[in-house]
Write a protein that binds this ligand. Structure first.
Ligand SMILES: *[C@@H]1O[C@H](CO)[C@@H](O)[C@H](O)[C@H]1NC(C)=O
Ligand SMILES: *[C@@H]1O[C@H](CO)[C@@H](O)[C@H](O)[C@H]1NC(C)=O
Ligand SMILES: *[C@@H]1O[C@H](CO)[C@@H](O)[C@H](O)[C@H]1NC(C)=O
Ligand SMILES: *[C@@H]1O[C@H](CO)[C@@H](O)[C@H](O)[C@H]1NC(C)=O
Ligand SMILES: *[C@@H]1O[C@H](CO)[C@@H](O)[C@H](O)[C@H]1NC(C)=O
Length: 306
């Protein structure tokens, strides 16, 4: 969202009047390793109404509803088991994701999730806060895992790669070199992908048609395929490949290169390959494989569009 809309949303939120507080933290001694309240985004207001399709959801990965037993601990344990790094409690619902929905909007205000009478006690432990489901806006009590596959300190996808390409999902940036992270250069496929006009979709389509589960775009105009990474390629966690850190006003990344065939996408960078996956490769995608997100980025600028 743009900065103006962000500020306006803040001014519309109601001011809590009662001062007694819930425990935002839950019983931290039983949370899985790495999980804690986010240091900046504690209580997050979601401006998308509940009846919108899942592709509009603010946290848009695996979820469950438990009107009887939901606690901070049960939600975090579930999201941890899904391999995601964000867990949000909203009333009786627990939602997981790796990034915030780039087409959604939000603001953070810790005070609103720990004031009795303003938010919702967790059904499984009423001294804990479970955000608020039916408010305007709804509120998430938000937890983050700082040692997941995605170590970026920014919870928002500030750009760097399209999140989806049809059924394909962005997984992560990997380091690359002459000893390639993925074994097959798409210019050598049975149906070769010529250089000069690369997009994420062109690469995933070429690799998918050749029977591969992984596709990686690199240095604006290169595409590689395979079923597994090789040569000890590692996810690049530092700053998400050098993206500037700014929770609310992302700016374009500096180390990545715009795709030769689409200046609104980034296609890896020097020795950085952006790897996309189909289900079954074993790589964890940033966006869930839920078909509601197939082609999620088609027709919109997913870069910095938060
Ligand atoms: C937190 O959980 C641990 C382990 O189950 C338990 O021993 C401890 O009493 C709990 N603390 C609180 C404050 O509930
Ligand atoms: C994320 O950070 C943790 C703790 O610093 C580290 O153990 C882990 O290897 C990192 N993950 C990646 C993918 O770099
Ligand atoms: C990635 O980095 C690791 C650790 O520095 C190194 O061992 C590996 O060879 C690199 N892989 C590629 C594909 O560049
Ligand atoms: C580049 O690819 C797009 C489709 O992805 C196509 O519409 C366009 O004609 C191509 N341009 C060139 C110069 O090949
Ligand atoms: C890659 O994986 C797909 C899906 O499992 C499989 O059909 C294909 O044969 C694999 N390719 C190779 C070379 O193993």
């Amino acid at each position: 969202m743009n900065p103006i809309a962000f500020l306006l949303l803040g001014s519309l939120l109601a001011i809590p009047t009662l001062s007694q507080t819930y425990h935002l933290q839950g019983n931290t001694s039983v949370l899985p390793s790495g999980w804690a309240l986010d240091s900046v985004l504690t209580c997050v207001a979601d401006c998308v109404p509940d009846d919108e399709p899942i592709a509009s959801e603010f946290l848009f990965g695996p979820s469950f509803i438990d009107p009887v037993g939901l606690t901070i601990e049960s939600c975090v344990a579930f999201c941890d088991a899904q391999g995601t790094r964000l867990a949000g409690l909203k009333g009786t619902e627990c939602r997981c994701s790796n990034v915030f929905n780039p087409s959604s909007c939000f603001e953070s205000d810790g005070g609103e999730c720990n004031t009795v009478g303003f938010d919702f006690p967790c059904p499984g432990n009423p001294v804990e806060s479970c955000g608020l489901a039916d408010g305007t806006p709804p509120l998430f009590n938000l937890y983050k895992n700082s040692i997941s596959q995605f170590n970026c300190s920014d919870t928002i996808w500030s750009g760097g790669a399209a999140l989806t390409a049809g059924k394909w999902r962005f997984s992560n940036f990997y380091n690359d070199s002459i000893n390639r992270a993925l074994p097959h250069n798409a210019v050598n496929l049975h149906v070769p992908l010529p250089r000069g006009n690369l997009t994420t979709a062109a690469c995933t389509t070429a690799c998918g048609n050749a029977g591969w589960l992984l596709a990686g775009v690199e240095f604006a105009d290169e595409c590689y395929c395979g079923n597994a990474t090789q040569n000890n390629a590692q996810p690049i966690s530092t700053n998400c490949a050098g993206l500037p850190q700014n929770n609310f006003f992302p700016v374009p990344p500096v180390t990545l290169k715009r795709c030769k065939g689409n200046a609104n996408e980034f296609c890896g960078g020097p020795n950085i390959v952006s790897i996309y996956t189909l289900p079954g490769s074993g790589l964890v995608p940033m966006v869930d494989f839920n078909p509601g997100f197939d082609g999620f980025c088609d027709g919109r600028d997913c870069l910095g569009n938060t």
